[in-house]
Design a protein around this ligand. Sequence first.
Ligand SMILES: [Fe+2]
Length: 236
Amino acid sequence: MIDIHCHIVFGVDDGPTTIKDSVRMILEAEKIGVDKIIVTPHYKKNVYDSDKVVNNFYKIKSRVRDFGIDLYLGYEVFLVSSINDVLLQKDKYTLNKSKYLLFELPFDIMPVGINETVLKLHSEGIVPIIAHPERNMYFAKNMQKFIEFIETGCLVQLDAASIVGIHGSGVKRFAKKLIDLKLVQFVASDAHKPEDYEIFKKAYDIVKNWAGKEYSDKIFTHNQKVIIAPPILSHS
Ligand SMILES: [Fe+2]
């Protein structure tokens, strides 16, 4: 499996505080069969200090050099307050310097003008991926608004914990509905601690049960490969 959303970098957000804990998370990920991880510290202005992200990321990378796991850098961007920063430094905030941007919205409201913000990102060549919309109460109560929103050109990433039921039965029901409707492109761990990788594996098994192995592999592994290694055009 490939994880595209997790908080493994120590000392920069609400994830681990020491490099030892970062390494423990990576060991747990490896144990359940994850071999590539895009780490995504929160980028939220005036809440988290992002100055140490790059430095701490490379410290972890060199510590796990001999593990069977590849690490890449990205962010989980709180879009409402960060759109201007993203547009100024696209390569810095997208996932692994790709065209894909992982972003989150407030859990309880739909920000004014958000559809226009997504269209603006597209016009700048960025493909936005919304993180855990199943946890957004506004979307859960307004399915039609959610569909209109993703039709502006947003890909969808669910959290493993939502599928397992950790965020409540309503969130789990909404997650299943999105999977049943095949509106999901990615499931990620959104791990903040080592134990969260066990949940990622459980979520894979649940989705396999709900939608079959082929679909489960697609949204836990195959779609993610496009972000890590974009396909190269050839003459054929
Ligand atoms: Fe997250």
